[in-house]
Write a protein that binds this ligand. Sequence first.
Ligand code: NI
Length: 183
Amino acid sequence: MSILKVARIGTPVLREIADPVPERALGSPEFERLIDDMIETMHEYDGIGLAAPQVHASTRIVVIEVPISEENEEDAEAPLTVLVNPIVTPVGERRVLGWEGCLSLPEMRGQVIRWDQIHLDAQDRHGNAIDADYSGFFARVIQHECDHLDGVLYVDRMEGMRSLCFVPEFDRFVADDEDVPCA
Ligand code: NI
């Protein structure tokens, strides 16, 4: 496995529409290696999610893992999840404001409105169908990651830039006891 270079905002691949993963690619050595490398890269940079375009691969693969931590509420935990060709559909009308960070915009945080509840259609790395509803923080992370597959960054979703801040200022002036991990 390898730690991959993370693309930062300004890199064109982050603004492309990523290609669907063809059925025949499932299980191939390249597919398996990319997923393993994405997981290792996410762990290396303490991310809770990573989309393939963030490691210069314009393909519709996402990895997510939200470890339990002292700062996290218990219901924010999410097991290691691999999504291939995910499709997100909002459920209901409720939207919630929350802080986000992104490995492609290092050292910054901003507030983003997301759907509180979503339906997810995807495949896992073995080709098994995922067909389920999610809510709360996990739903937020899924939306953030799936946006990357369409060339969208969280700053595009912000209703104005007034909450945008650097991490030291976030810790100092906003919430020094709140951990906002990157995705
Ligand atoms: Ni991100």
